[in-house]
Ligand binder design. Structure first.
Ligand code: CP
Length: 298
């Protein structure tokens, strides 16, 4: 049964028309960035992290505060959750203090369990499996730079990870073409139904967007990079894409492994617009999650 609480954990659990409306609202809220509507007055967001973060922490905190709300940030190892307290108890207790919870939690099953015991929205700030807030910011960036996302070709290079998993989920919802170029030995890590090739030139050909992420996700330090070098985003790869193609990376980059400095600092690179757009996309996500408290974008 679908929860009546507006959790934002996986894109596939949210009606497509809702996701389209959130993306439209993100454009609207970005236009109002210098005169932000005080939508979240009196509302509080708890943010809990079990991994490092710059963008997720800063953008959620600024999003709440610019729109009149408050935030409370805790690392998981400071909470009773990391000790004796159960997920169930934590969900019930946080629901009595704040209006929404943003979690960066490696274990998605644990996040989903917490959401089942929360009477307030739970927002996925990244798990090992998915990163839906990042993808909403990426789609906002693509629409700003290239117009409607429908029909665009987005080509991904390197590892199969939480960000590529979420692009795969978003593709049928937003009607874009998503192709992954990854080493053959990783193809079994891609979600079912993903378009995947070992040929980077094929993926880049005619692409509107070239996107990559670090080859070494948090917790994988020390892994060999040998198989990834043919998938580095460099000027030759960019030249295969359309003339107007943009380059995206959710950041942080491992300089200059998955992308060359030349591409990352080129005119095609939209990485800092993409980082800024976490803020605007998350304002719209929060506004949808908090609608039951009376929040309404006019
Ligand atoms: N892209 C992203 O989630 O950045 P942080 O890890 O800094 O939050």
């Amino acid at each position: 049964m679908t929860s009546p609480v507006r959790h934002f954990i996986t894109l596939k659990d949210i009606p497509p028309e809702t996701l389209h409306a959130i993306l439209n609202n993100a454009h609207v809220l970005k236009q109002e960035k210098f005169n932000p509507p005080q939508l979240f007055e009196g509302l509080s967001l708890a943010m809990v992290f079990d991994k490092r973060s710059t963008r997720t922490r800063m953008s959620f905190e600024v999003a709440m505060k610019q729109l009149g709300g408050h935030t409370i940030v805790m690392n998981m190892d400071e909470m009773q959750l990391g000790g004796a307290e159960s997920i169930e108890s934590t969900g019930h207790v946080l629901s009595r203090y704040v209006d929404a919870i943003m979690l960066r939690m490696s274990d998605q099953a644990m996040m989903e369990e917490l959401s089942r015991h929360s009477t307030i929205p739970v927002i996925n700030g990244m798990t090992n499996l998915s990163h839906p807030c990042q993808i909403m910011a990426d789609l906002l960036t693509i629409e700003e730079k290239l117009g409607a996302i429908k029909g665009k070709k987005i080509a991904w290079f390197g590892d199969c990870n939480n960000v590529s998993n979420t692009f795969v989920e978003a593709a049928p919802i937003f009607d874009f073409d998503f192709i992954m170029a990854c080493p053959e030995e990783l193809h079994n890590k891609a979600p079912k139904g993903a378009q995947i090739t070992a040929d980077p030139a094929k993926a880049a050909g005619g692409a509107d967007v070239i996107v990559t992420d670090t080859w070494v996700s948090m917790g994988q330090e020390g892994k060999s990079l040998d198989m990834f070098w043919p998938y580095q985003v460099n000027a030759d790869l960019m030249a295969r894409a359309k003339d107007h193609a943009i380059f995206l990376h959710c950041l942080p980059m491992h300089e200059w492994e998955e992308v060359t400095e030349e591409v990352a600092k080129s005119k095609a690179s939209a990485i800092y617009d993409e980082a800024e757009n976490r803020l605007h996309a998350q304002k719209a996500i929060l506004a949808w999650c908090l609608e039951d408290t009376g929040v309404k974008i006019t």
